[in-house]
Design a protein. Structure first.
Length: 180
């Protein structure tokens, strides 16, 4: 049972994991149970200090923690909204089909490694579907979008947000604080 307000950032791997009282291999403690929800509160190199839902804390090898997806943004907190997810899903399907065709040719011996790299260069795709929730990468805009089946909202972007100011014949990108 988790404490009220506890929001895990990670879970322990399926096989469980050893834990230590301090970031020191000479100070082991009770191992953590498989799939235990934890909050990563500090990192020191590969060490991760985790807080468990019952208030207990320990140090672990942070490289093996499994990240928990964050909740999608609320509709009013989205940077931008796209009303119809179908065009982006279609582009993702086309990119995946191009990649699969290149893999088939490579596996069948019709392509060499360099030709495969050239053919797939620039292809970027990312799709996660979890029930009615979907996260999809839009390579043209350099952003991840969250979808609920009816609309998409910006979830994360590759670059910080900018605005465009028209300066006569050409426009320039400007950061939110007005700096170019």
């Amino acid at each position: 049972m988790t404490t009220s307000g506890f929001r895990p950032t990670h879970v322990v791997p399926q096989q469980g994991m050893p834990a230590w009282e301090a970031p020191d291999p000479a100070r082991p403690t009770v191992p953590l149970d498989p799939l235990l929800p934890v909050r990563l509160v500090e990192r020191r190199g590969d060490w991760g200090h985790v807080l468990c839902s019952n208030g207990w804390s320990a140090w672990v090898d942070g490289r093996y923690l499994v990240a928990v997806p964050q909740d999608p943004p609320l509709a009013d907190g989205a940077l931008t909204t796209v009303t119809d997810p179908r065009p982006l899903l279609g582009r993702a399907e086309q990119a995946l089909a191009r990649y699969r065709a290149a893999v088939e040719e490579l596996a069948g011996g019709a392509l060499d490694g360099e030709t495969f790299r050239n053919r797939t260069q620039g292809l970027r795709i990312g799709v996660v579907v979890d029930g009615e929730s979907m996260w999809i990468y839009d390579p043209a805009q350099g952003r991840w979008l969250y979808g609920d089946g009816t609309r998409l909202s910006t979830y994360a972007a590759d670059d910080p947000p900018t605005t465009t100011q028209n300066t006569g014949a050409r426009s320039r990108a400007v950061t939110p604080d007005g700096e170019p």
